[in-house]
Design a protein around this ligand. Structure first.
Ligand code: IPE
Ligand code: IPE
Ligand code: MG
Length: 256
């Protein structure tokens, strides 16, 4: 158990060799966090953006290779227009504010999803920030924006079919790698740990293919309250798991 009394740095006691390489987070509960305080939902998104900053820094500090954040789903377009606009504004503000930090920290920004659906100004800023940070070698921060797992798999299928129809690909030769190479996440390591905040026990169309063997960590904490101490708890839980990948504990020499 990670000691809660370590007020200074809750991440310091983690065993670095037992950390995930790729962490994905479903950042949920912003609205309920705000409502519980009698505030408007947008306030929750603003505070959630602060959690994003904290988590990005912490993961970078711990040497995590890849962090993927579910920031806006394909389904989230159905929210009230004012909330969608506020989220897009916040994204723009985040990109402007964090650009220098990403450059300083060697973080490469990446985006997955139907990026073409984002407002033009947001898309421009996103493209610019991705280009500016493209040399970052120490961590890749992927924002899932207008993202849907089924949509991603469907477009990969469409690309496979197009390549086959063009004679570039023999249908018989299509294996897992061929499909994975056509996903938005091509080139990223496997997701090791999937975190969801706010007590919801569902995947909500996030990284359906990529979580095949991920460890899941659910917490009741709303995302605006998910900071270093909560992240340390999630990583400790991950470190305590036994990942068997179909084998027995005996085969792996980890249990009796
Ligand atoms: C997550 O918080 C942020 C986004 C989905 C953009 P929510 O806005 O879903 O907050 P709740 O779930 O309504 O509390
Ligand atoms: C999932 O949260 C999407 C993001 C975190 C961006 P939602 O709040 O939209 O998920 P559901 O609708 O409750 O499943
Ligand atoms: Mg939600």
């Amino acid at each position: 158990m990670a000691s809660k009394s370590k007020k200074t740095d809750p991440l310091a006691s983690l065993d670095r060799s037992a950390l995930p390489r790729h962490v994905a987070v479903i950042m949920d509960g912003n609205g309920r966090w705000a409502k519980s305080k009698g505030w408007r939902r947008v306030r929750g998104h603003e505070e959630g953006a602060e959690s994003v900053r904290v988590i990005v820094r912490s993961c970078r500090k711990l040497g995590i290779d890849a962090l993927t954040l579910y920031a806006f789903s394909e389904e989230n377009w159905a929210r009230p227009k004012a909330e969608v606009e506020a989220l897009m504004r916040l994204l723009g503000r985040f990109l402007k504010k964090e650009r220098q930090e990403m450059l300083d920290q060697g973080i490469r920004l990446n985006a997955i999803g139907s990026i073409e659906r984002l407002p033009k100004s947001t898309r421009k800023l996103l493209d610019q920030t991705m280009a500016d940070t493209s040399q970052g070698k120490d961590m890749v921060l992927t924002l899932a924006l207008s993202y849907g797992g089924r949509q991603e798999l469907t477009q990969a299928a469409r690309r496979l079919a197009a390549d086959a129809a063009a004679g570039k690909l023999d249908p018989e030769s299509i294996g897992e790698d061929a499909l994975a190479a056509r996903l938005y996440t091509a080139g990223l390591p496997e997701v090791d740990l999937m975190i969801r905040t706010s007590g919801e026990l569902r995947v909500s169309n996030f990284l359906l293919w990529q979580i095949a063997y991920a460890e899941f960590y659910f917490t009741d904490t709303f995302f605006p309250d998910f900071r270093e101490a909560e992240l340390a708890r999630a990583f400790q839980a991950y470190a305590d798991r036994e990942r068997r990948f179909g084998q027995t504990g005996d085969q792996l020499g980890v249990s009796g």
